[in-house]
Each structure stands twice: as structure tokens, then as C-alpha cells.
Design a protein around this ligand. Structure first.
Ligand SMILES: [Zn+2]
Length: 342
């Protein structure tokens, strides 16, 4: 099978195409013939490398995917060759206390497709049966490949960590990004008043179409001042962060008393300054979050067919243009999600 393989960390030249043997599913596993793979910032972290983190190279990138079940390693109830499925990107033991409590990202054996195990930038992928779910019927393969990682991540941030409540206010940084566009929709679905920042007029328009009451073009306006102008000094209850150094201090200043900042990324840099006085005087919380539970994702997927959530695919490229896909993601030129057609 044809696959993209990262052999070493570096520039786009590290995304090499290889012919790999067709992977065979073992007992309890399925082989999926992929039709599409969603691209995530995680793919670019794998290619560039992350200080202090060892990726088991060589590795096939790609955490999100959708396709058709092509072979089963053993009989598996409710799954048959030909089923259209969405790939669930987190793998865990399924037996430890964390897994059984529905907190699979805390499992000591947690693996992420395309980060610690071969992913979806290939014609086929082999997975445990627990890592595929029926494709929502209203979504095509490209749309279905765009939703798992970002919606699961945003759900875990807003519901599990920040415990966002109906009637609260939410500020979503980079609201036109993959995680941002998911967070706006989930925030609205939960009954929050949602605000967003974005880096262009077009991105602000998308954030507002998705349900943000007001989107601030952070390149033109100071988002802290703008939020104070909108909400007064009360501040915002929850900030959804994944930008990092460029926005963190401002995000903290936006928070209301009892406010929560939850972060899942640091695309503009990971080193930030934190003033402890407002943290304790205002009873603030800063929380980290990564991935989310498969159980929550199974609960989210039917909401696409019910029209409560929608995928936001801004760009589709063939797998052969994976390097261009990384460039567009890194230069933040994509509205919503970028998907590779396989
Ligand atoms: Zn476990």
C-alpha cells in the first residue's frame, strides 16, 4: 500500500512516500480502506518534532480518517466488511481504572494514531474494533474524516475540564481553526454565549456563521479591550485556548471571577508568563487537556445526523499533496479543517 512516512524530523521533505506491505488485522482488529484523512496540527508536530518528546519514527502520520471496513481479523459483532466507518484516534488498554472510568487519555498505555502508532495517511490502517464507529450517514467520507479529533478535543475541554454551563460566556481563541470551529458549535449547543477571535475578516465571518455572537479580528483589534467593551468588566467565564504565547496573557486578562482557561495547544509558542495574583484573587483555574474519550466521541457522532453539529471542511487535497497540506496548516491559511483525499 502507498503511505506517507516520516523518517526523521524536519521540513516538508521529511514527508516521504513509501510502498508498504498491506497490514493484516489480528484477532479483534479491523482493516479500514481509507477514503479520506483529516489533517491536524498534531501531524505537523510529528514532522517537525517536539522538544522533550520522542516519536517512534519511522511513522505514518494522521489521526483522523474515514473509510470502508476491508478485512476483519476475527468475527466482531456489529462489524462487517463493507461497513462505512469513522476512525477514532485514541487507543487505550480498555482494562485499567482510567479506561473503565471513561478517561482513556489518562491510560498508561494510551496511544494516538499518527503520534505513537501508524496513522491514516495511507491507503489502509489496521485498528482495534473499538477504534471504528459507524460513519454518520449525512456526512461524506471527507467530512467524516474531519470531525473526530477536533470535536472530541473541544468536548473534553469544555465539558469535562471547564464544565461550561448554559448561560455562561465562552471565548474561543482562533475560532475558525479546527478545534475552534468545533468549540464554537459545542459552546452554542450547551447554551453558552459564545465569542471568538480569528485572524481575518473571512475567518471572523465563519466563526459568526458557526454561532459566535461576535468574532474579533485579533490582527485589527485588541481582543481584551473588545471583550471588555462587550461584556464590561465582568469578564468571560471560560476561555478555550490553543494558540499559546501570542494570546495566553490576554486570555487570562479576559477571565471573570471564577473563570476557567483550558488549553490544548500552543501553536504560537509554549512559554508564557503567569501572574499569580489575579489567579488567586479572582479564583481562576488554568487547565490542560489533550484528546478526549472514545465514549464521548460515540455520543457526539450521531449529533451530525441530527443537525446539531456540522463539519467544517475548508480544503481538500489529494494525499500526494501532503506537504502542501502541512504548509497551509502551519501558515494558518485553512478555514476549519483540511482533509486529504486517499
Ligand atoms: Zn487503560
Amino acid at each position: 500500500m502507498r503511505a506517507v512516512v516520516v523518517q526523521g524530523h524536519g521540513g516538508y521533505e521529511q514527508l516521504k512516500f513509501e510502498e508498504r506491505p498491506l497490514p493484516e488485522p489480528g484477532p479483534g482488529e479491523v482493516r479500514v480502506a481509507l477514503r479520506a484523512a483529516g489533517c491536524n496540527q498534531l501531524d505537523t508536530w510529528l514532522r517537525r518534532g517536539v522538544p522533550g518528546h520522542d516519536f517512534p519514527l519511522p511513522l505514518i502520520p494522521g489521526s483522523d480518517g474515514a473509510g470502508v471496513v476491508d478485512a476483519l481479523g476475527s468475527e466482531i459483532p456489529d462489524l462487517a466488511v463493507g461497513d462505512e466507518v469513522v476512525v477514532l484516534p485514541g487507543l487505550s488498554c480498555g482494562r485499567c481504572q482510567a479506561c473503565l472510568a471513561g478517561k482513556d487519555p489518562l491510560c498508561p498505555h494510551y496511544d494516538i494514531l499518527g503520534e505513537s502508532r501508524d496513522g491514516t495517511n495511507a491507503e489502509y490502517v489496521v485498528l482495534p474494533a473499538a477504534n471504528v464507529a459507524p460513519k454518520p450517514q449525512s456526512l461524506d467520507f471527507e467530512q467524516a474524516a474531519s470531525v473526530s479529533l477536533v470535536f472530541m478535543t473541544a468536548w473534553s475541554m469544555l465539558v469535562d475540564k471547564a464544565m461550561l454551563q448554559a448561560g455562561e460566556t465562552l471565548l474561543v481563541q482562533a475560532g475558525a481553526s479546527g478545534v475552534g470551529s468545533a468549540a464554537i458549535q459545542i459552546g452554542r449547543m450547551l447554551g453558552a454565549r459564545v465569542f471568538a477571535t480569528a485572524g481575518s475578516k473571512e475567518k471572523c465571518r465563519l466563526a459568526e456563521e458557526l454561532g459566535a455572537e461576535h468574532a474579533i479580528d485579533y490582527r485589527q483589534q485588541d481582543f481584551v479591550q473588545e471583550m471588555r467593551g462587550t461584556l464590561g468588566r465582568a469578564g468571560v467565564d471560560v476561555v478555550c485556548e490553543h494558540v499559546g504565547a501570542a494570546t495566553f496573557a490576554g486570555s487570562m486578562r479576559c477571565l471573570a471571577r471564577g473563570g476557567r482557561l483550558v488549553t490544548c495547544g500552543a501553536t504560537s509558542g509554549a512559554e508564557v508568563e503567569l501572574n499569580l495574583r489575579p489567579l488567586f484573587f479572582k479564583n481562576l483555574a488554568v487547565m490542560g487537556s489533550t484528546m478526549g474519550s472514545r465514549g464521548d466521541l460515540l455520543r457526539l457522532l450521531p449529533l451530525f445526523d441530527q443537525g446539531l453539529l456540522r463539519p467544517v471542511v475548508g480544503k481538500v487535497l489529494p494525499l500526494s499533496e501532503v506537504a502542501e497540506a502541512h504548509r497551509l496548516l502551519e501558515e494558518r491559511q485553512v478555514l476549519g479543517k483540511l482533509v486529504l483525499r486517499i
